[in-house]
Design a protein around this ligand. Structure first.
Ligand SMILES: [Cu+2]
Length: 232
């Protein structure tokens, strides 16, 4: 499972560079980005090409207000300052699912636990639900390392650099069940791995709603990870 945990900063950069000019990779350009790069104000764009499907979503953190939660919501303005930015990019192809996250404007030097969760963000940090698991743990909350591990979940822990920026990426040989992976949550510290606390990363300090691409129910063959070699 170690091999699926991180594909490294270089790969993350490559994945996030696919859509040029986003607010994280080019924050100074974001405010004058071409309107055509967005779809009716919904800052998530999905498309298909010969290499599979891609999705890119970007957001700017803001606190919840009386009408609900913004798409990127901060629950802790010290660790996730208002105005900090996040971009999530996903690629689904024969190799499986790649997810990359890039942030800007977080607390320099701080390490965040970051995971894909099952539900959209809300005004309440718990609204995002539990971690997405490829093999669901029958026990909740899931703190058994047999299930709460970076091969069975998407962990994107990152440490903000001196300028508050950070990035992480993963590759898993499976795809999400459609509609069951809907947010990326930032937590207050790095993700634990010991039995009884595996997957825990402290309080939820930020959340970004992303309609991550699933297997689409097109036969269900993706979930087993068959074909394409690779293994692990
Ligand atoms: Cu989490």
């Amino acid at each position: 499972m170690k091999t699926s945990r991180m594909i490294g900063a270089t790969a993350a950069a490559a994945l996030l560079a696919v859509a040029a000019g986003g607010p994280v990779d080019g924050a100074d350009r974001a405010d004058r980005a071409e309107p055509s790069a967005r779809v009716n104000g919904a800052d998530a764009v999905a498309r298909s090409d010969g290499e599979g499907q891609r999705l890119r979503a970007e957001g700017r953190f803001a606190p919840p207000d009386g009408t609900g939660a913004p798409r990127a919501v901060t629950y802790d303005r010290r660790l996730v300052p208002e105005g900090a930015r996040i971009a999530v990019e996903q690629r689904v192809d024969g190799a499986g699912t790649r997810v990359a996250v890039a942030v800007r404007g977080l607390l320099p030097g701080h390490t965040y636990g970051v995971h894909v969760h099952t539900a959209p963000c809300g005004a309440d940090p718990d609204d995002a639900g539990p971690h997405y698991q490829h093999r669901p743990d029958p026990v909740r909350p899931s703190t058994d390392p047999a299930y709460a591990n970076p091969g069975n979940e998407i962990w994107l822990d990152l440490t903000a650099g001196p300028g508050g920026d950070g990035r992480a990426a993963t590759l898993h040989p499976w795809n999400f069940r459609t509609g069951e992976a809907r947010s990326v949550v930032l937590h207050e510290h790095a993700t634990r791995t010991a039995p009884g606390e595996a997957g825990m990363a402290g309080g939820r300090v930020g959340c970004f709603t992303v309609p991550l691409l699933g297997d689409g129910g097109d036969g269900g063959g993706h979930g087993s990870g068959g074909g394409e070699g690779a293994g692990s």
